[in-house]
Design a protein around this ligand. Sequence first.
Ligand code: TXA
Ligand code: MG
Length: 348
Amino acid sequence: MKTLLLPIRSGEADENHPAIARAAEIIQRGGLVAMPTETVYGLAANALDPAAVERVFAAKLRPSWDPLIVHIASREMLSLVASEVPQKIEHLSERFWPGPLTLLLRRSAKIPAIVTAGRPNVAVRMPAHPVAQSLIRAAGVPLAAPSANLFGRTSPTSAEHVLHDLDGRIDAVLDAGGTDVGVESTVLDALRDPPLLLRPGGVTREQLEAVLGLVEIYRPPYDQPPEALASPGLAARHYAPQAKLVLVDGNEAAFLEELRVRVQYARDTGEYIGAMTPEGWLTPELIEGGGLVLYDWGPWEQWEVLAQRLFAGLRYLDKPGVAVIVCPLPKPEGMGLALHDRLMKAAK
Ligand code: TXA
Ligand code: MG
């Protein structure tokens, strides 16, 4: 299959834009389109068409136990995909949608079982990206869309990342450049009391707690098959580069010490060490000796900036010859919690 590249500027996105019209037509006949959202690129299919959703699993090599998020663009679509909307969820959606928050709801009979991996709840979000919104409206159906990467790999924050993983496996990519948030949406089960944060992401725990009071963080139990978990995708090694990812304490001294030791060894073996480098953290003496591949990650503790650049950095460093990527671990506060989570899973 040839994958069609459909360039579009975010500011020009509306239902009549030729790229959107083309993409919508592909969706309507059961095809797959990668679309930008404000978090990461998603691989979209008509959520009401089980054969189309089946193709999403096949293209990504995603196991059938891992359910998909359904993307909507209006309140009407919410009542189509959910059988009921409790008031607490209504309230959350008013506060955070459109935006990077995914909420669990009771699945309606319209949503095929394959979308939710047979579970009674469906994960729903209303993306803020104008291209995603226009595509949903033009297609006229909710879109099931996981991140547009091969299963287990780093999520894509650009059309190039999507093509790297999925060129020839999907019908088209809407290319609107890099994404804003850079990590995936927060997944919240607010049907439970207290609400359970299944995946930290673009909406922070602190923002949720300001509305909900206490929010618990999900810790997947060990030794359980994915089918038995509250959110099956979250336990597996994930978001992972092919090089070995080594996490160090989030301070300059620990980072430099780890690099010094590793780079000496790498120089002897002719390999390279990749470094996710916070602004100003490298000494010239370390750079001059060779053996390092650097990615300028951004100002330490500015978690939003670091989140936007995380996956691009991991993909950039993950090239032939790079055996190990060294990365300082952010604090689990604000958006740092999502970074902490992704890096811990990638380093498993
Ligand atoms: O930002 C995002 O959420 C992106 C964009 C494209 O919207 N999507 C995304 O989808 O990251 P995906 O499939 O890569 O991650 C969805 C996560 C998975 O870990 C999955 O297990 C969980 O959400 N999930 C989906 N449906 C669920 C359900 N019904 N119950 C529990 N967890 C669910
Ligand atoms: Mg994913």
